[in-house]
Design a protein. Structure first.
Length: 407
């Protein structure tokens, strides 16, 4: 097995630190300028500097999306911004515009230039073209099967980055005008309104063809590529990327924690059993995903890989608390409540680089050691007995017995 980078998203500093603590090799973020997903771009230059310094302590890297397709008037301030990113300790920029790539090479040569998936890169000739223009890596289009990926890898002279998990565009990635058409918000300049996921009424010759309860939407199921990770590592893909800069801290922790364990097991043993792979997929399904499909890894998605009529994403309420301390004398864990929970429930704690561990929450106490019948105030500090130590930065979720769609 070859080493592979685990690349996680982060929408703010808290999520960046969570991704790094839980084992991401690199984190991609958006600054406030020149980034495609403007709503997910919360990083000031000061935040970027702090994030890059934090990541460095863990041997991790920070990539910054500078991936808008700028119009002439958008270019002002670009060279100052790229210079500042380099000074902040950023490792790479992800960009789609040759104007931004060229400028980076001139004014900030220490920054690696990664060509964004917005280029819909589907062949090695295109990858090698970007190498000739000075690019250091390409992010491949999601619309490639495993065998196509293998062929691209065999003939490509650049390291390749591949999406492994998260939301899929219903449109051919990066070639969508829906948002522009419906809202005048330019998806290629940071404004995608996710119009594909809206509810639509369909008419045939003026007659509605469904009732109000089954409005139509074009949402796709989420990608889960864990089962293909062994092949991706064998073929020498440089980096696997989790989608979702808008996603929660819990989502990022759950996914990074699980993919980290899976990659480490593959590096150590060369393979995982089918049973263990099922376990990894069940762990991944504990984050707030939509139902899963396998994207394009096994071929063009079919009707069952879409969510016609439902959005499917939801807050599960499984994530109930953060561990902020552990008193080893009193054997009490100090928690910050995130979602309501009661005494008597079965829970699971997971911490960076530690496997999840199940236990029963026998009692809940407030900070003055008064017993509580429930923990129902988000952000309240409570204590629970625990015979085993819990690490700071661990998270606790309810154990819910339910079947999810894991393909
Ligand atoms: S509207 Fe939907 S399909 Fe189009 S870019 Fe946005 S997320 Fe992708």
């Amino acid at each position: 097995m070859n080493q592979i980078e685990l690349l996680a998203p982060a929408g703010d500093l808290t999520r960046l630190k969570t991704a790094v603590r839980y084992g991401a090799d690199a984190v991609y973020i958006g600054g406030k300028q020149f980034s495609l997903r403007s709503r997910a771009s919360n990083f000031s230059l000061a935040d970027i500097k702090e994030g890059a310094a934090f990541a460095k302590q863990y041997g991790a890297k920070v990539h910054v999306t500078v991936n808008m397709l700028p119009h002439e008037e958008d270019l002002s301030g670009l060279s100052d911004y790229l210079t500042a990113l380099q000074e902040c300790g950023v490792h790479a920029i992800i960009c789609a515009s040759p104007a931004i790539m060229m400028c980076a090479k001139q004014v900030a040569p220490k920054l690696e230039v990664h060509v964004s998936t917005q280029h819909s890169l589907t062949n090695s000739a295109a990858a090698n073209y970007w190498k000739s223009k000075g690019a250091d890596r390409v992010v491949l289009a999601r619309e490639l099967t495993l065998s196509q990926l293998k062929e691209v890898k065999e003939h490509s002279e650049l390291p390749l980055e591949v999406f492994i998990h998260g939301g899929m565009c219903i449109s051919y990635s990066g070639r969508c005008m829906l948002s522009n058409h419906m809202t005048l918000r330019d998806a290629n300049r940071g404004g995608c309104a996710q119009s594909c996921r809206w509810k639509y009424r369909l008419y045939d010759n003026g007659k509605p063809i469904h009732d109000e309860a089954t409005l139509f939407s074009m949402s796709s199921k989420d990608l889960m590529g864990a089962r293909f990770l062994p092949e991706l590592m064998q073929m020498g893909i440089a980096s696997v990327k989790i989608e979702g800069r808008m996603k929660s801290t819990y989502y990022i922790a759950t996914l990074v924690h699980t993919y980290r364990m899976l990659i480490d097991e593959l590096l150590e043993n060369g393979s995982v059993s089918d049973e263990k792979m099922d376990w990894y997929c069940a762990q991944l399904a504990k984050a707030e995903n939509r139902p899963f499909a396998t994207g394009f890894f096994q071929g063009v998605p079919k009707a069952q890989d879409h969510l016609y009529g439902i959005n499917g994403a939801g807050i599960s309420g499984e994530y109930i608390a953060d561990v902020i301390d552990y008193d080893s004398e009193q054997k009490m864990a100090v928690l910050k409540v995130r979602n309501k929970f009661d005494p008597g429930i079965k829970a699971e704690v997971f911490a960076p680089h530690e496997p999840p561990r199940q236990f029963v929450i026998s009692q809940i106490y407030d900070e003055e050691d008064m017993r509580l019948e429930t923990a129902n105030q988000p952000m309240r500090i409570v204590k629970i007995p625990s015979e085993f130590p819990m690490s700071k930065h661990a998270m606790i979720r309810k154990v819910i017995d339910k079947k999810r769609q894991i393909e």
